[in-house]
Design a protein around this ligand. Sequence first.
Ligand code: NDP
Length: 448
Amino acid sequence: MPQLHDHLVPVFEEIVRRNAGEAEFHQAAREVLESLGPVVERESHYVDSDVIRRLCEPERQIIFRVPWVDDAGRAQVNRGFRVEFNSALGPYKGGLRFHPSVNVGIVKFLGFEQIFKNALTGLPIGGGKGGSDFDPKGRSDAEIMRFCQSFMTELYRHIGEYTDVPAGDIGVGGREIGYLFGQYKRITNRYESGVLTGKGIGWGGSLVRTESTGYGAVFFAQEILHAAGDSFEGKRVVVSGSGNVAIYATEKVHQLGGTVVAVSDSSGYVVDDTGIDVELLKEIKEVRRARISEYAAARTGASFVDNGSIWDVAADIAVPAATQNELDEHGARALIKGGVRVVSEGANMPTTPGAIRAFREAGVKFAPGKAANAGGVATSALEMQQNASRDSWSFEYTEERLQGIMRSIHDRCLATADEYGMPGDYVAGANISGFTRVADAMLAFGVI
Ligand code: NDP
């Protein structure tokens, strides 16, 4: 495991002590702290001012009860969270996740990552994240609506266009954002478009927001390939997951001349050597909300595997786009054996530290999620811009802005990695570049 700089050891120890049992938060914090060694060595004011310790403590953490009534008339109780982590650069910004695995540690890791990701976009947004341990799987539309209404009945007092602007994440897509926005509008009696992003196109949403995270992760990989004089043309690609990020990553890979040969969900993965049929995938996942095995059932030549790892499928490029820690060292070694050259994280922290080390040792170019999947939040910020100016932009113009932002994040990561003596290290480049932007703003504000 890479070492922490002496000055940062007590910072990490304090994080572990004060956030007991929050393994994912410890993992995310450690990764950033490991990158900051050369920064504190060169610029001691970051240590003297204690800005790193302050940054690792959320500004505000909200935990609340979410009671709702299911279709059988029984009362259900879930737990809601919003961690408002850092507002040095703008209002808290980050998604809401509805998944049974959600707890305060998961939300805190996601909120922490979000601070640096949002800083990297160069846009005026702080970092936050929220969600609930509610499991939307198998729930009717009416149950989803009642849950969202109850969730917003508490959340509304903490959010606002200039305060905190949630969006979607796992289990929260356009349908849920609609129910959440409707309830916010009803409670506050305000049509405050800028309070949520990921809205429908007819009521304040932005074109490209749905596609943006997946497209962005592929644009980032394209920049890596370009820097090596290469392109997506003719490349085999594996994308894990089959939700919002995975579907649109697949679509963009195909537009750029590559072939996505495998996608997955929590029940297994499908292999389709002729290239995943994106329209069929959308029909199964976005319309029918069904399991990935139905893809193989509907498509000649495709097969479904429920007892293996998607990382065993040989590919030139991998885009993990499902969930945290889904790609471990074993999976990384399988990918390396299969000839992988570029890994671009569509999900948040999908790759374990052991897997990242294996990629580094094998010379695989590795783009961390806080850089590679920043296209989603960047386009959310473009949605906020359109809301603020009562304007709406074309698909082409918005996609061009997204691609420009991904290019500049890529270049910023590389330039920062070079500046600190770690050429080609996108992890260090992303962490240092995001950190310095946030820390410098915090220092300007004094100790607040
Ligand atoms: P969706 O809910 O649309 O899709 C999630 C996908 O991942 C599904 O295929 C799901 O399978 C799979 N998945 C989720 N949890 C697990 C698990 N524990 N084990 C195996 N598979 C799992 O979510 P998104 O596509 O929006 O998000 C995917 C990732 O991208 C997350 O890490 C998210 O934080 C990140 N992200 C999303 C952004 C966005 O704009 N949506 C922005 C930036 C990052 P199943 O249906 O079987 O559960």
